[in-house]
Design a protein around this ligand. Sequence first.
Ligand code: ZN
Ligand code: FE
Length: 236
Amino acid sequence: MTEILTIPCLADNYAFLLHDNGTTALIDAPESAPVLAALKARGWNLDMVLLTHHHWDHVDGLPELLAHTSPKIIGAAPDAHRLPKLDIALNEGDELAVGNLKGRVIDVSGHTIHHIAYAFPGAVFTGDSLMALGCGRVFEGDMPMMYDSLQKLATLPPDTMVYSGHEYTQANGKFAQTIEPENEALQARMADVERMRAAGVATVPSLLALELATNPFLRARDAAAFARIRRAKDNF
Ligand code: ZN
Ligand code: FE
C-alpha cells in the first residue's frame, strides 16, 4: 500500500513523505523537525530524499535531517553543483523506484533551470513549477520554457494528484478569478478552498483534472498568453 503524508514546514512550505512497501522517500527538505516527527510517529526509516530544486526553502532542512537519518540524496544531475551533495543524480526521463512504485523524472525548468518533478503512478511532486491554482515565479528560465514545463505536466493522467511545494492556493485563486471571472469550476473550487483554509486544512495535493479546469497558467493557450498571465500575477 502506498501512503503519502503532507508535512507543513516553515511559513507556507510543504514537504511530503512517500511510503511504499517499507521504503520511505522525502520530497524536499524545508526543515527537519516536522519531518523527523512524522517519521517517528509512523515508525518509518528515511531511505531517500528527492529534491526538486536548489532554493533554500526546499533544501535547508537537510543538514539537520542527515544528523538523525542516512537517506540517499537524489536530485537533478545538471544542478549538482548547487544542490546538496547528491548520491544519485538524475536526468529527464530517468526512472527511480520508491518501494514498488516506479517514478520518472520530468524537467520542469522555468522557476529555476533544472528544476525537476517526480512523476509516480497517481502522484506527481512538482515543487515550485505547477502549483495549486498557480505556478512558481519564472526566476531563472524564460516564459516559453515555463509554459513548456507546465504543458508536460498537463499530459499526465488527469486523475494524478499534484503535490506542490507551497500553500499559496487562496491567493492564487483570487488572481485566477481576475483572468477567468466566468469560470464556474473556478468559482466552485474557490468556495472549497476558502472553506478548507478557514478550517486550517491543506489545499495541497490537488487533482490534475481540477487544475486543468481552473488553473489559468495551465489553461493559457500558448506561451505568449502564459507570459501575459504570469506577468500580471507578478504585479497582482
Ligand atoms: Zn523555489
Ligand atoms: Fe519554494
